[in-house]
Design a protein. Structure first.
Length: 261
């Protein structure tokens, strides 16, 4: 029997993009799916859009939360699927990808990792990223690809939900925790969907320092390891800012080169 797949969308004042996100989920032809929307109490018209699809949404709640991690956890607690994935309100799932995940399903796998495309929806520029399957203790160069992680319910039951103390890199903390405890992963060579540039994950390094430090030291690294990692992140941010000053064409050429290596 094909696995039941739960997809969670979290939203808060997401009127600009959420219609496209919802359509990309409800139009998946895979039948054994469950769709959950967790809204943080939107006031901008988001709820009106969600209401249009109420007959195709299995669980919906709109109430204040303690941040994205808390919203994710509400969705996971409501889910009844064998595996759970997240399509945020400003992202778009690829056509028929749930069927492809189901075809790759194995009951003893904890995390299914898929490719992801980062898209600039204004210019149409796209960059394909493949997930880093095994993270080192100090995760210098990794492709996390949050949207491309489909996690078994068994894994959440064994190792817990998202840490609500993390506001920016909650997905890195959760995956690092699962891997640290021996989670089994499987690479599925398919594109899960399109990640819109910007958002919480793009927050500047200064806002994320404490969280990155905690992830390194909590799962096998020393304080010195954490220091070097934070220094690396600041240098990376500096270089990114310099590239931005060079102009869009230069940035595109550099990214195209890097992502084809």
């Amino acid at each position: 029997m094909k696995p039941k797949i739960s997809v969670i969308t979290v939203s808060f004042n997401s009127v600009t993009h959420i219609d496209e996100a919802i359509q990309s989920v409800v139009n998946q032809p895979y039948e054994n799916k469950e769709y959950i929307i967790i809204d943080g109490g939107s006031t901008d018209g988001t709820l009106d859009i969600i209401d249009k699809y109420k007959d195709r949404i299995d669980y919906f709640i709109s109430e204040p939360d303690k941040g994205i991690s808390d919203a994710f956890n509400k969705g996971i607690k409501a889910a009844t699927g064998d595996i759970i994935g997240i399509c945020n309100s400003d992202d778009v799932m690829a056509d028929n990808v749930l069927s492809k995940i189901a075809n790759a399903y194995e009951p003893d796998i904890d995390i299914f990792r898929l490719n992801e495309v980062t898209r600039d929806f204004e210019t149409g520029e796209e960059f394909l990223f493949k997930p880093t399957i095994e993270f080192p203790v100090v995760p210098y160069y990794i492709h996390l690809l949050h949207m491309g992680c489909y996690i078994s319910m068994n894994a959440f039951n064994k190792w817990g939900l998202y840490d609500v103390n993390f506001k920016y890199i909650m997905d890195l903390e959760l995956l690092r925790r699962f891997m640290y405890n021996g989670a089994k992963q499987k690479y599925v060579p398919e594109v899960v969907g399109y990640f819109r540039k910007g958002g919480t994950s793009s927050a500047r390094v200064g806002k994320r320092v404490k969280e990155h430090w905690n992830v390194v030291t909590r799962y096998g690294g020393t304080n010195f390891d954490a220091f070097l990692y934070i220094l690396h992140l600041y240098v990376k941010q500096f270089v990114k800012d310099i590239w931005g000053l060079l102009g869009k064409n230069s940035v595109t050429k550099i990214k195209s080169y890097v992502n084809t290596r």
